[in-house]
Design a protein around this ligand. Structure first.
Ligand SMILES: NC(=O)c1ccc[n+]([C@@H]2O[C@H](COP(=O)([O-])OP(=O)(O)OC[C@H]3O[C@@H](n4cnc5c(N)ncnc54)[C@H](OP(=O)(O)O)[C@@H]3O)[C@@H](O)[C@H]2O)c1
Length: 257
């Protein structure tokens, strides 16, 4: 049985990946959709043409990740694609955001992503694909978004190294690093802080990010950086010394308040 596993499938980009792949792929037997909100997953599943297995899991809970491993062991599918979208960010100065919300970002964005990747690889075959949702926040430390940016740097670094390790097995890894995307992400992110005004001008739709990410993955590209301003930002962070850019981010954040 050929499957696609999508974490964070109940909204935003995870949902969009499910929708676009449902329309485009004929060789997949089942989609496994993972998130906590089961009602949302059911709604999405009802609108899809493929068979769907709904896995209402909280990936910050060890027991839920273990449950996922058990389902894999029982069903022994071929994982054709793993898309790790589950994640959240909390804006605001480090000391102003409750610690469980800060460390929760590390639990979900980093630990759960590593565990889901590790659980799926043994079930992958030649030309299976992994898509990891990082962010343009991965390119640089960000005052006012410190833990989130660090967690996404982790995702980018881990995934680019993993890509090289998996080259011999012909398992393809693509890391997606968009700037701001119109999703429910900001409902959670802005509880203790606000988005920099400059970021609002570079906001793109989930549809475009996902379309470009799937195209990059099918061509086995290492990264997908959606939109021209974010590509320019990425290039700038490669050539400029980091300190002045971090300083500028802090100044912009203070002006924003
Ligand atoms: N939106 C942006 O501007 C942006 C930009 C760059 C990168 N990203 C990254 O892209 C990914 C998708 O974000 P999005 O914009 O699509 O946001 P979103 O609409 O808020 O989606 C986040 C998804 O993660 C799931 N999730 C949250 N906590 C979970 C948990 N403990 N266990 C399992 N699933 C959990 C949510 O489902 P439940 O609540 O139902 O569990 C939801 O399906 C994230 O990794 C995010 O960091 C977002």
């Amino acid at each position: 049985m050929n499957i696609i596993v999508i974490t964070g499938a109940s909204s935003g980009m995870g949902r969009e990946f499910a929708m676009q792949l449902d329309r485009g792929l004929k060789t997949i037997d089942e989609f496994w959709l993972i998130a906590r909100r089961v009602d949302r997953l059911k709604e999405i599943s009802n609108s899809m043409h493929h068979r769907v297995k709904i896995l209402p899991l909280d990936l910050t809970q060890e027991t839920d990740v273990l449950l996922f491993r058990e389902v894999l062991q029982e069903e022994k599918p071929v994982v054709r694609m793993l898309i790790n979208c589950a994640g959240y960010g909390m804006m605001g100065d480090f000391c102003d955001v409750p610690m469980e919300k800060q460390s929760g970002q590390v639990d979900l964005n980093c630990r759960a992503l590593v565990e889901m990747t590790g659980a799926c690889i043994p079930y992958m075959r030649k030309k299976s694909r992994i898509i990891q949702l990082a962010s343009s926040a991965a390119f640089l430390p960000q005052p006012g978004f410190a833990v989130y940016a660090a967690s996404k740097s982790f995702v980018l670094s881990f995934s680019r190294a993993l890509r090289e390790e998996l080259r011999k097995k012909q398992i393809y890894v693509t890391t997606v690093c968009p700037g701001p995307v119109k999703t429910e992400f900001f409902d959670i992110a802005e509880q203790y802080g606000t988005t920099l005004a400059i970021k609002k001008y570079t906001m793109v739709d989930a549809e475009r990010v996902v379309r470009e990410a799937l195209a990059a993955s099918s061509k086995n590209r290492p990264m997908s950086v959606c939109s021209l301003p974010i590509t320019a930002f990425w290039a700038m962070t490669r050539v400029m010394p980091q300190d002045p850019v971090i300083f500028l981010t802090r100044v912009l954040k203070e002006r924003n308040q």
